[in-house]
Write a protein that binds this ligand. Structure first.
Ligand SMILES: [Zn+2]
Length: 148
């Protein structure tokens, strides 16, 4: 009899919590398998790629499955995925628009929308990736608003 591989535990869903446009950190939550009722918070620094988890393994400075899952969750964000297909000019416009939306909502209602913050961090991350790989055109580089 052929066995069917079951999904590894690393595919368990992480729930989006927050995106901080100042620090560039996105956070996700997942129920603790160790302590009933506890929620673990897993974070990813979109600028450096550093990860952090407050689960039991993370507290002991051990690598946990959440760290890989948070990178996958960030990569799967629709805004993040869509930036990959933008031209350099479109990317700069998208990041500029998201930054403007974040600032506008912050001014008007005292907080910005999560979708705008995610779009801004996604544009920044893609911009930095292109700069790091030498892919971005100089004209877009000079515009720079998403890298600020
Ligand atoms: Zn963890």
């Amino acid at each position: 009899m052929q066995t069917v591989a079951t999904a590894p535990k690393t595919t368990a869903a992480l729930r989006f919590l927050s995106a901080d446009t100042t620090t560039g950190i996105v956070a996700y939550a997942t129920p603790s398998a160790h302590d009933a009722g506890r929620t673990n918070v897993v974070s990813l620094d979109t600028q450096t790629g550093a990860t952090y988890c407050d689960c039991k393994a993370g507290e002991c400075h051990k690598a946990c499955w959440h760290l890989a899952a948070v990178r996958a969750a960030w990569d799967a964000e629709a805004a993040r995925f869509e930036t990959v297909w933008l031209t350099d000019a479109q990317l700069v416009r998208s990041g500029t628009k998201a930054a403007r939306m974040v600032a506008t909502y912050q001014t008007r209602i005292g907080r910005s929308l999560a979708s705008d913050r995610v779009a801004l961090l996604a544009a920044r991350a893609e911009y930095r990736r292109r700069v790091r790989l030498g892919l971005i055109e100089r004209s877009a580089w000079i515009a720079v608003p998403v890298a600020a």
